[in-house]
Ligand binder design. Sequence first.
Ligand code: GLU
Length: 423
Amino acid sequence: MAYMEPAPLKKENPFESMMSRFNVAADLLGLDEDTYNVLKTPTRQIIVALPVTMDNGRIHVFEGYRVIHSTILGPSKGGIRYDLDVNIDEVKALAAWMTWKCAVVDLPYGGAKGGIICDPKTMSRGELERLTRAYTLSLNDVFGQDKDIPAPDMGTGPQEMAWLMDEYSKSQGMTVNAVVTGKPLVLGGSLGRVEATGRGVMISAFGAMEKLKMIPSKTSAAVQGFGNVGSNAARLLYERGIHVKAISDISGAYWNDKGLDIPAMLEYAAKNNRSLEGFPGAEKISNEELITAKVDLLVPAAKEDVITSENAGKIQARLIVEGANGPTSSKADAIINDKGIMVVPDILANAGGVTVSYFEWVQNRLGYKWTLDRVNRRSDRIMKEAFDRVFAAATQHKVAMRIGAYVVAIDKVAQTYKFRGGF
Ligand code: GLU
């Protein structure tokens, strides 16, 4: 069988990593113990077994998760990840990050996350469809347009969301397109959703560059990851005059001191099974070299735990904008702060995706379609306002932007909880 057991847990447990930042912010806010306990504990943690008939006729039982961290601000929101490294601690951390992320950008949502241990790259379209439908069916009572609204994450995209919407709709006896976001355009998806996370990363980078007085034409960047977030962030930074000198994907990392030709890379990857392997306009470097490369701006846009206490000391960038969720381990935070590097944290920098998911949900519920211009204008404004709120909180408490973001988020959720009480 092509299916492996999940990889062992990484060195730093992502949930603990999230909690250590949460604790600092909770202390700064003087959060009382009862509220602290409510906010830190995930509301629901669901593990499902998903038997799927594979193309070879055998049945493989996949393990799937959905963690609802909080519904204090509204229905829970968060993507579904298909990856071999998925595990309950990761999903718990990602669900909590969704709670804080939605609060930072002021969306009326709580936080959730889902995942299935699988390797989507080795699965056929039919296998992926059966897996997605099995997952949807087993979480039928959890999902709902006013309850829990999934979206894409690593390893999933519009097609999986279309299957999910269809399977859920069948069970309800009617089309319910607002049950999931990140759908294809023809099925009620929103213009601008695919590039929304990358766009938010670009807006956040420009917000920070302004504070640091960095001029785009004199700024170089390295982007780790060339999936939906990394590729769109790289393209948008490139289009605005930044010299993107390094990019990586699963095939390795690519460097060009004069700046990479991003449109050529996008075209190359599109023709080459989404891989940059063999791209001619660059020299190959290691992933580690990319993280510590001599650039001004570093955009980790792949997975958790890539900036660690081992490599943080060697980072040369002045600014880190986190396109991925949890790319920096909590142990690396102190090293980065000591070096005076500014970090626009994940729960702010990559919130453009869920912001346009929210617009998609609003459009679905109104039965209306917004223009791309309206989507971009509104999401850019939300991202800028959130950046300013976080910057102000960080300045007021004399802490890094990451803790500033947690302060903004926890304060909002805690205040809401005090008004409404338990749900
Ligand atoms: N998976 C994305 C994230 O981590 C998007 C979630 C959503 O749109 O609900 O923010």
